[in-house]
Ligand binder design. Structure first.
Ligand code: ADP
Ligand code: MG
Length: 253
């Protein structure tokens, strides 16, 4: 049996006195898409950030493709060296609600700089690869535009291209369309749908229930830091309904 792409095991997270994640265990199989839904403040971003080791779980463990993330396995559990951590994290790409593009660099420059800094590629190799990635998200014609000259949807697609350029095997998305005007969400969701159909392993925090139901292989529902379920869309959206999920869906459908 192959290891799951992501294996979250009994993860809890506290910020000071506040318990934000409570004993979360979930697996995401390679090539599958899990959509993470739940009310504001339920811990979705924190869980996603733990999967990328941008936050450190207070207890529990996370494995990426069978390899521990952050800490070594076994009785001599210790923090991974920066090189070990970098190697495991390099499999993970992340896209945030805010696009975080450099305003003084073109779309091409924003993607290429990541390759030059992280991968140490030459300018021309980085730009070739960046152009190929921009083409993949439908932005080849916009490669020489600056962020201010691009719509929010186009900026988010540049951010996706930047993450993809680093060749991750897992993509984490934290509300990628929440900062966009409604008419611009479709183009971003389409890029994500395409990526899913190509077999990318993805975890997507989203309030787009239609996307979650159609693209998600699994829906994870978080409420008050607890994972109430992580199941197929059919199982989650069909009866019998959990009252807290029903309340949530009433708000977002
Ligand atoms: P969601 O993404 O579902 O809206 P978050 O994971 O952002 O939820 O936050 C869950 C809870 O953790 C919230 O109560 C939030 O205030 C708290 N929280 C998140 N990040 C921090 C932090 N860095 N320090 C303290 N509390 C935090
Ligand atoms: Mg959040």
């Amino acid at each position: 049996m192959t290891d799951p792409a992501i294996n979250v095991s009994h993860v809890s997270k506290q910020f000071g006195e506040t318990q934000v994640l409570r004993d979360i265990s979930m697996q995401v199989e390679a090539g599958k898409v899990s959509c993470l839904i739940g009310p504001s403040g339920s811990g979705k971003s924190t869980l996603l950030r733990c999967m990328a080791f941008l936050e450190q779980a207070t207890s529990g463990s996370i494995h990426i493709e069978g390899e521990p993330l952050g800490f070594t396995d076994g009785p001599q559990r210790r923090r991974q060296s920066p090189a070990e951590l970098r190697r495991v994290r390099s499999r993970i790409g992340m896209v945030f609600q805010q696009f975080n593009l450099w305003p003084h660099m073109t779309a091409l420059g924003n993607v290429a700089i990541a390759l030059r800094k992280v991968r140490g590629m030459s300018r021309s190799d980085a730009e070739d690869r960046a152009m190929a990635q921009l083409d993949k998200v439908g932005l080849k014609e916009r490669a020489h535009h600056y962020p201010a000259q691009l719509s929010g949807g186009q900026q988010q697609r540049v951010a996706i291209a930047r993450a993809l350029a680093l060749d991750p095997t897992i993509m984490l998305f934290d509300e990628p369309t929440s900062a966009l005007d409604p008419e611009l969400t479709g183009e971003v969701l389409n890029v994500m749908r395409q990526l899913a159909s190509e077999g990318m392993t993805m975890v997507v925090v989203t309030h787009e229930i239609g996307f979650a139901a159609s693209v998600g292989n699994r829906i994870a529902f978080l409420d008050g830091g607890r994972l109430l379920f992580h199941d197929t869309p059919q199982a989650v959206f069909a009866a019998p309904r959990e009252p807290r999920l029903e309340q949530f869906l009433d708000t977002y459908l």
